[in-house]
Design a protein around this ligand. Structure first.
Ligand code: C5P
Length: 254
């Protein structure tokens, strides 16, 4: 997956629901207004690969001249973390779903990350497709410094996130998921081509929900995010397409 060209391409919308019909309806409404759909553990464990296929194939109800709608770009957020052989198998198993972005936990170590990358390269060649962007999860933002110390990891959490990002880059991964507050430090450590995917985004005035430290879409992009992940401010809006369009406008037009 290459660097997004239009502002809206940078927006990945999180469909956090176990309900396939609801996810399909949102995917259809948002087709053409966002850069892609993020499906995670809640959806995948309820709806499985078939549910994922239905969501990515949902396009606008009417297309010009009746062509088949393009598949939605998919960020499959399953955060694999296991021994290298098992993670390689998991990557091979999801590749036929055509994800543009896949992720694994950097805490699984360099051999696990390399095994995931090799499996993605191998399977992409078998399928005749482009390898998805392979992204690492560093420190979950739900963990504070005391939680890190409880699991025997050296803090502060920002330093650990930078350490794990550098490890992911060395293993050949394309980037990391990080909080908006970590963008500058990881960018400085890992360089301009390393992809940064940033959740915890709230348009000015939107409800924070359970997010504590947020940035607006334009702040996060100005700080150096390549992609921003936005869920409830779009999915919970009365008109999700209009909410997505307003975000694209904030970023400089669709
Ligand atoms: O609804 P909201 O915009 O808060 O959704 C953000 C999405 O990003 C959710 O899918 C959430 O699981 C994910 N996420 C996050 N913070 C992280 C990592 C992932 O909010 N550190």
């Amino acid at each position: 997956m290459t660097t997004p060209v239009k502002p809206k391409d940078r927006v990945l919308v999180a469909l956090d629901t176990p309900d396939t019909d609801k996810a399909v309806a949102l995917s259809r409404q948002l087709a053409g207004h966002v850069g892609g759909i993020k499906l995670g553990l809640e959806f995948f464990n309820a709806a499985g690969p078939d549910g994922v296929r239905k969501v990515v194939r949902a396009g606008p109800e009417e297309t010009p001249r009746g062509e088949a709608p393009a598949q939605q770009r998919l960020f499959l957020d399953l955060k694999f973390h296991d021994i290298p052989n098992t993670v390689a198998g998991a990557v091979r198993s999801v590749m036929p779903l055509g994800p543009s972005i896949l992720n694994v936990h950097a805490g699984g170590g360099p051999a696990m990350m390399k095994a995931a990358l090799d499996a993605a390269n191998f399977e992409a060649e078998q399928l005749g497709t482009v390898r998805p962007m392979l992204i690492a999860v560093t420190v979950l933002t739900s963990l504070d410094d005391a939680d890190l110390s409880a699991v025997g990891q050296a803090g502060p959490s920002k330093d650990q996130a930078v350490r794990l990002a550098a490890l992911a880059r060395k293993a050949g991964l394309d980037g990391v998921v990080c909080s908006s507050k970590e963008i500058a430090a990881i960018r400085a450590e890992c360089g301009p081509d390393f992809k940064l995917i940033v959740p915890g985004i709230r348009p000015a005035g939107a409800a924070l929900g359970d997010q504590k430290r947020v940035m607006t879409p334009s702040e996060a992009i100005a700080e150096g995010a390549d992609f921003i992940v936005i869920g409830r401010p779009i999915t919970g809006a009365e008109n999700p397409a209009a909410a997505a369009k307003a975000i694209a406008d904030e970023l400089g037009g669709a």
